[in-house]
Design a protein around this ligand. Structure first.
Ligand code: ADP
Length: 298
């Protein structure tokens, strides 16, 4: 039995850290690399598990070396892998990530591989009966995501949608979402409001609430986050850390949020926890591998 069900992709992240991001046509000498788990869903599941949460990961992998790496890594992190489909027709996904070690900023190409072929028929929605929280993103085919949000709602779960990467959503989506967690760029995509300060974050959140979403959390990178449910508003500054790689910070945040909600913490406590987990994740190279453990939080 898992308190939290995560639907999403696994990709093998190959991250290169260097003094700058290469520009078009340029070759630079980097100083370190990491091959580790990535993909928003996978990173979020790892974040939850390392905090002590019981998590079930629904995904699809290829029957290849990176697929084996995925299962080994996920099992090592105590994630329930029994609902991961292994396909011998598709490859496991891979991402190439360049990281500027001075700013922690990155540039990423993701090839999703097997999960891009996931269909509604492959998902056993009875799984949701056992869970309290459903967390997903927009890296899985959109009709599968919508189907799962509907099923989770029917079973009374709290739905968290991390709307990344941003893509056009029908109105059906919005009323199924309890927590909507865009970053600044995604919030701009969904509202048309460019967010550079707290006032603009408030305006964007109000616009999203008008669409039928219950609670909005706009993550603001090194500036922190803004929360609104239409009545209560909370602004939190980011944790003060030396960020070396911000890949997966949003995933750490969503994992922390899901874990906090599964423990029935107050919204303020959930946001503080998620903010801390996300801040800590930026102090290590990699995405899934950079997720902190509960002991790192004290
Ligand atoms: P994404 O990774 O999805 O683009 P953000 O960049 O908004 O999302 O980051 C998500 C969260 O990670 C922020 O709300 C904050 O809690 C934390 N975070 C991101 N960058 C930093 C940083 N440089 N220092 C501290 N915390 C950070």
């Amino acid at each position: 039995m898992s308190d939290i069900t995560v639907l999403g992709i696994f990709v093998a992240d190959i991250s290169f850290s260097g003094n700058k991001l290469p520009s078009t046509g340029e070759t630079i000498l980097g100083d370190s690399y990491n091959v580790g788990p990535g993909g928003k869903g996978c990173n979020q599941a790892i974040a939850i598990s390392r905090l002590g949460g019981k998590v079930n990961f629904i995904s699809k992998l290829g029957d290849d070396d990176y697929g084996k790496l995925a299962i080994n890594k996920l099992k090592k992190d105590n994630i329930d892998t029994s609902n991961i489909i292994i396909s011998n027709k598709h490859k496991t996904g891979v991402a190439g990530i360049h990281v500027d070690r001075n700013t922690g900023k990155n540039a990423i190409t993701v090839v999703r591989g097997a999960p891009s072929s996931l269909t509604i028929n492959e998902i056993d929605t009875n799984l949701f009966k056992q869970s309290k929280i459903f967390l997903t993103q927009l890296e899985i085919p959109i009709e599968v995501t919508l189907h799962c949000l509907k099923a989770a709602k029917e079973y009374g779960l709290i739905n968290i949608l991390n709307p990344a990467p941003a893509c056009k959503l029908s109105n059906d989506f919005f009323k199924l979402v309890d927590y909507f967690t865009p970053n600044e760029t995604e919030a701009e995509f969904y509202t048309g409001i460019k967010i550079t300060n707290e006032k603009e974050a408030k305006l964007a959140a109000a616009k999203l609430i008008d669409l039928g979403i219950k609670k909005i959390i706009i993550t603001l990178g090194e500036k922190g986050l803004f929360y609104s449910d239409g009545k209560e508003e909370i602004f939190l500054k980011a944790t003060s850390v030396k960020a070396i790689d911000t890949t997966g910070a949003g995933d750490a945040f969503n994992g922390g949020l899901a874990f906090g909600l599964s423990k029935k913490k107050s919204i303020k406590e959930c946001l503080e926890l998620a903010n801390k987990v996300a801040g800590l994740s930026t102090t290590k190279l990699g995405a899934g591998d950079a997720m902190p453990y509960i002991k790192d939080l004290s």
